[in-house]
Design a protein around this ligand. Sequence first.
Ligand code: CAO
Length: 440
Amino acid sequence: MAEIKQVLVPDIGDYKDVSIIEVMVKVGDTIKAEDNLVTLETDKAAMDVPSPYAGVIKEMKVKVGDKVSQGSLILLLESSDVASVPQAGKLDAPVAAVPVIAAPASPAVAAAPTAQPAVAAKPAATPVPATAVQSLASEGKAHASPAIRRFARELGVQVAQVKGSGAKGRVTKDDVQLFVKATLAQPCGAAGGNGMQVLAMPVVDFAKFGAIETRPLSRIKKIAGANLHRNWVTIPHVTQFDEADITEMEAFRKELSVEYAKQNIKITPLAFMLKAVVVALQQFPEFNASLDASGENLVLKQYFHIGVAVDTPDGLMVPVLRDVDKKGIVQLAKELGEISARAREKKITAADMQGGCFSISSLGGIGGTAFTPIINAPEVAILGVSKAIIKPMHQDDTFVARLMLPLSLSYDHRVIDGAAAARFTVFLTQVLADTRRLAL
Ligand code: CAO
């Protein structure tokens, strides 16, 4: 049966007469256990008070500006709880409030209209000390509770840009929502004041200058294009270039090619690359990772699924080869042949393209010396492979002809530092130069 419960201010340390700076709920709201109710502000930090119970709010006992201490009554709630938040002591004892430190607004993720410059892009992995927070908050001239900052961050909004309508200009949830609505309502390319002002593309009548033919983009190109655009504008890319001496690898590959030609398995350098990349990912786990949705945690993967960019008549597709660490070069060459054939025959499913950890884009069969591939989000790095050519390399005071393979590693600079990227490519070149290392 429903029961009226009192929700009290929990243990907030030695603080007394703390101001309520925000009330997030009102009479009639249905809330879940752990939903935030009010935000308290001491001279050091702000903290949200979560509800210990689920239920419907019957009566509010506080408002913004009130001063409260441990045990003050916040509200009455008709509890619908089967399982409330585990509490120490009496049933009506409040749970301890977890201090939520106001972190600075983090950068926009995905396609939010408020992407920010790369300098602000490194997410705060650990809470920022209260004093630092206060100075950052005042730099941003934004007055907002941690809950509102978090809410704004989730929507990719920089709280400093939102005009606060609350007491002393404090930014409320409504203010953030109105800001987002107003931004979205603006014509494309005219978004004001969000650091992402882009001129609209000029509309040109090309027929004025000569004969033309208009051809619609393929479905694949449209889908891939939207993803590429998002990844390009929201991920701070850097590309690290290197060259691997694959003279010995190529000799071995040619031997294998002859051997497996009878079985119709084509062994290209890419099969070796797949294997070598996994050895490098095992050595540098932050390359085998993704940022989580909050942008504040790195999810390290313990599996090794590698995407391979395949050029099809309808556009680029990136099917994924699974568990590359558990397969040999011949098996990988076989799967590569099969999956690229399926991609070209339009037989690839959405599932075939999911779950990748890292991608390889090889233009080695075509040509070129280097390129800057776009990261396949939510992955954090991609390896571009160009055409290997014989070059004079200086060794033991003389020049020798070696087959050199150009590598271009694009990486997400929010996650990977330049030095780590250079170490990764150097390690990769060492593995490719000595294929015995693939077996380590
Ligand atoms: N250097 C020199 N030669 C290379 C090479 C390299 N890096 N990579 C491949 N080759 C050779 C192969 O050995 C093969 O030679 P033979 O025919 O004499 O045996 C030839 O080039 C053709 O190889 P391939 O392209 O058919 O096979 P692959 O395994 O290298 O690549 C695939 C397969 C599916 C990745 C490729 O066909 C493809 O689609 N590449 C384009 C990917 C793309 O569009 N990327 C850009 C995306 S935007 O970032």
